[in-house]
Write a protein that binds this ligand. Structure first.
Ligand SMILES: Cc1cc2nc3c(=O)[nH]c(=O)nc-3n(C[C@H](O)[C@H](O)[C@H](O)COP(=O)(O)OP(=O)(O)OC[C@H]3O[C@@H](n4cnc5c(N)ncnc54)[C@H](O)[C@@H]3O)c2cc1C
Length: 461
């Protein structure tokens, strides 16, 4: 360990104590729990209080010491990668749920609390925290805020940005910015929390948040439908949205090959509907009256069937049937048995999706010999995920990124719908943001973090 690292270690120990610090192999082992990326850092600090976070950042600011904040490490764009000389600041010891206000329907949590724990705590009080995603039992509130996570119920409740009322964050120089607003309405000056939502740990360390809860609904229906054409998929979305009076909470599209692949061995998911349809849809509704809600849904689906909008449909009759339907959608990495994968998270207007996905699939077919592009995602939000099983070496990556992003840029879509930019998509930021937007982002970064210590190199160089 260099002299500078040894001094840093002893100063950090003075703040958090010996148990609050990890070093060497114990830090780099974290790479094994990362979904995507690398941890090569020498030191990891685990503060237990906001005051400790403040002292750590003040120290790092004075020394120009780079800091990478870690939540649950489920990010998918190398946003938590940490090089040897970077200090990892993990929120894992700040994972408490501090308060639930039932009448005001708010919950205050520390940033290291797991999303699943927040959901369960709300549930115990007959309330719901509506953000939901596959990584719910590892991802943290701080990570969800910093990536502005989306997930499965955005069509009804919006992204994380819509669910955060207030934030406590520590700035690069150690200033604690407490903005733990609990009201839905507060137009008193700038809404500073927005700076930290979606900025991927580059503007501050989020330490606490005041989250918005909603009432628990009394009915939930989950359906899987086989759909003959893309146009019918769009029509089905419109019919469910209009016909159910605002009860639609999720609408996921699965291209036929994704469903077929994820319901045939070696995948372990059963196929509730026959394989071979061009498209499938998973939709979920949340309502207030189990009997009449199901009847209304059956009417909408019956009409859709009679009009040729769906070929077949099944409704879940138990939680295990519901889970079995969702597991088909969430088995994202199944196609890695073909070849190493590259995954993409794009957004574009629904009217462009058909031509866009056809162009991408044709490009992949021309490159790899067959169509190894598996498309699925949050169609109602204009967000598609593409998993392409054509290898992940540098040459394949460059070619596949070109196949995915060139037509997207033409349409004016986004290279990141919900996962963020991190390191992985940095080169492609200018495809989705103008030069003026990027230089304004840099201006804000310089104002809040003049020495550039927070998550350096992420989002932009
Ligand atoms: C199986 C699976 C399914 C997923 N599904 C979805 C999905 O449907 N929708 C979606 O949006 N994402 C999804 N993701 C991506 C991921 O779960 C989200 O990006 C999540 O919000 C990251 O949270 P985390 O705590 O793991 O953050 P990390 O991975 O630890 O960090 C992510 C970024 O946030 C920064 N950060 C973390 N905590 C803080 C903090 N307290 N203060 C400041 N910066 C911080 C990090 O520096 C990094 O840049 C999925 C991932 C997996 C593995």
């Amino acid at each position: 360990m260099s002299n500078a690292a040894a001094t840093l270690k002893s100063d950090l120990t003075a703040i958090v104590g010996e148990h609050g610090l990890l070093e060497g192999a114990a830090v780099r082992e974290r790479a094994a729990t990362l979904w995507h990326g690398q941890v090569d850092a020498e030191l990891l600090v685990r503060p237990r209080t906001t005051e400790q976070v403040s002292s750590i950042l003040r120290l790092c600011h004075q020394r120009g010491q780079p800091v990478v904040t870690h939540g649950g490490l489920t990010g998918l764009v190398n946003g938590a990668d940490a090089a040897r000389d970077e200090l990892v600041l993990s929120l894992e010891s700040m994972n408490g749920i501090e308060r639930i206000d039932v009448s005001g329907r708010t919950l205050r949590a520390q940033a290291g609390a797991k999303l699943g724990d927040v959901q369960r705590a709300a549930e115990q009080r007959d309330l719901v925290f509506p953000l939901d995603l596959g990584a719910r039992d590892s991802a943290t509130v701080g990570g969800n805020i910093s990536t502005n996570a989306g997930g499965l119920r955005v069509v009804r409740y919006g992204m994380m940005r819509n669910l955060v009322l207030g934030i406590e964050a520590v700035l690069a120089d150690g200033t604690v910015l407490t903005s733990l607003n609990r009201m839905l309405k507060n137009n008193a000056g700038y809404d500073l929390k927005q700076l930290f939502i979606g900025s991927e740990g580059t503007l501050g360390v989020v330490t606490r948040a005041e989250l918005r809860l909603v009432s628990k609904t009394r009915s939930q229906e989950t359906l899987l439908a086989a759909v003959p054409t893309f146009e019918a998929l769009v029509e089905l979305l419109g019919r469910l949205d209009a016909g159910l009076g605002g009860q639609l909470a999720a609408f996921e599209a699965l291209w036929g090959n994704y469903y077929d692949f994820n319901t045939a061995p070696p995948a372990t998911n059963a196929a509730p509907l026959e394989r071979g349809a061009p498209f499938y849809a998973i939709a979920e509704t949340l309502g207030g009256d189990p009997e009449s809600d199901r009847a209304r849904l059956e009417t909408v689906l019956g009409d859709a069937h009679a009009a040729g909008v769906i070929n077949d449909v099944t409704l879940a009759n138990s939680e295990s049937e519901r889970r079995a339907i969702w597991n088909i959608r969430e088995d994202v990495w199944q196609s890695r048995v073909i070849a190493p994968l590259l995954s993409f998270d794009v957004s574009l207007p629904i009217e462009n999706m058909k031509a866009y996905t056809e162009e991408v699939c044709a490009g992949v077919r021309a490159y790899a010999g067959d169509n190894r592009a598996f498309v699925f995602g949050h169609m109602a939000d204009g967000n598609l995920h593409l998993v392409i099983a054509a290898g992940d070496d540098a040459a394949t990556r460059a070619r596949v990124e070109d196949i995915v992003y060139t037509p997207l840029a033409r349409i004016g879509g986004s290279v990141s719908a919900e996962h963020g930019i991190g390191l992985e998509k940095r080169a492609y930021l200018p495809l989705s943001r103008t030069a003026a937007e990027i230089s304004t982002m840099k201006l804000i970064k310089r104002a809040l973090d003049p020495r550039g210590i927070l998550n350096p190199g992420k989002v932009f160089a």
